[in-house]
Write a protein that binds this ligand. Sequence first.
Ligand SMILES: Nc1ncnc2c1ncn2[C@@H]1O[C@H](COP(=O)(O)OP(=O)(O)OP(=O)(O)O)[C@@H](O)[C@H]1O
Ligand SMILES: [Mg+2]
Length: 504
Amino acid sequence: MNLTAHYQEIAPILEMNSITKRYPGVLALDNVSFHVKKEEIHALLGANGAGKSTLVKVLCGVETPDSGEIILNGEPVTIPNPSDAIKLGISYVPQELSLIPTMSVSQNILLGQEPVFHKPLSLIDERKLDGLARKMLALVDLDVDIHQEVKDLPVSDQQMIAIATALYRQSKIIILDEPTSSLSSNEISKLFEIMRKLRQDGQTIIFITHHLEEVFEVSDRITILRDSVFQGCYEASKITRDKVVSLMTGKKGLMIKPATGESKVGQEALRLENVDTASISKNISFTVLAGEVVGLFGQVGAGRTEILRTIFGADKIESGDIYLFGEKVEIKSPLDAINKGIGFITEDRKNQGLILSMDLLDNINIGVYEKSMRFGLIQKRSLQKISEYYRDALKIKSNNLNVWAKFLSGGNQQKVILAKWLNHKSRILLMDEPTKGIDVGAKQEFYQLIRELSKTGVAILLVTSELSEVMGLSDRIIVFRKGTKVGEVNPKTATEEMIMSMTL
Ligand SMILES: Nc1ncnc2c1ncn2[C@@H]1O[C@H](COP(=O)(O)OP(=O)(O)OP(=O)(O)O)[C@@H](O)[C@H]1O
Ligand SMILES: [Mg+2]
């Protein structure tokens, strides 16, 4: 046996040893070790704020650790900035995608490393550049116009473009930070196929997710963090789901199940009649009663988000009518919608949901200050109390309510948005993928809060790609396919297969 070859086979391609990283007031990584083998898919797990993103940011030069060592292919390395990481063959596809929205697909892929093919007269050979970009897209099996601006593409395509960029840079280690949170189940399967293919081609993949089914479906090994501390590294085939959950949460036997229950429905809260949105949805009619949770289900791209945006006045309505509490209304803008009692938890937290340079207390209370006024003065104590209530109810990881939202982990930011809208006391609440990026423990609390809200008479319109979530939470499900309503089903009598087949 060739010992060197054997050693190379079992030796980690990457060793991160005793990594510690402190932010002001927060110990994000406490002496963490992370070992990754060549050509494996390695899942990195932990609750919101556990330190997953911080650990991979250290690896790709976005953050500098306070102490610890990184050994790559047996050699100690320092990775002071992202371009060094790329040179060492490490690419990061972050939690919030960082493509440049107004640049084309091919410009994004080749960005920073455009090869120079000159034609005579020193003109750049655009055709060769395009050819290169196309080759990378073929590797991730994506068929889009490479001259299109990326902002016009669905998130799932943007995800693939980010991976194509990593491949173009000839990365050996590709880090995917919650890549599946905006993808439909079909798109997730496709992503997994690509991940397996990359593994076969010699790449190593680090994969962060909150969906344990995905972990067991695609990963070879699992590393778990809890509260900034390493909890262990396991072969996926040798650990149970329950064990993973208990290592992540520190609790035994936590089962996540949407909180089902009969809603006590009241009068009609929202009605759409023959609504055409500016994009693909046409001739949409449905009602939502006060106290009812109605799910909109369909593949990503079926037009569900557009419907929510249209109700909220963020997109123009082309034709048709919207009624609120039996009265025909014209919703001119999001502000108009808010004044009429509509709240909207958007999918895109970074751009639409939060004010990143405001603290938690202000983010949670924005728009509701009047409610805490007495004798014309804002009651600071009551704001404090409200914020503490939601922080604890949703397990937002922050002792200090005065920390800026931008310093929270991705999942904790999402929880602040939920808190803000729950606090708004809207009579109609639109939710687009509300549990995206939220860890298993906090999901349960959120489901419970939704149930309690609907009991108080709030009408909830819910878009989620998780079938179990829409089945568990909704009183009624409206199914869409390519912008058309194809039916309404009762989740208590319908099966998952039945609903899936309606969307195809
Ligand atoms: N720039 C920063 N400044 C201050 N604190 C930060 C900063 N970035 C992260 N933190 C804190 O470090 C801790 C770990 O955050 P990290 O983003 O690594 O969590 P995560 O495991 O990726 O969580 P999630 O699942 O929510 O994305 C959190 O408490 C977070 O608030
Ligand atoms: Mg994260």
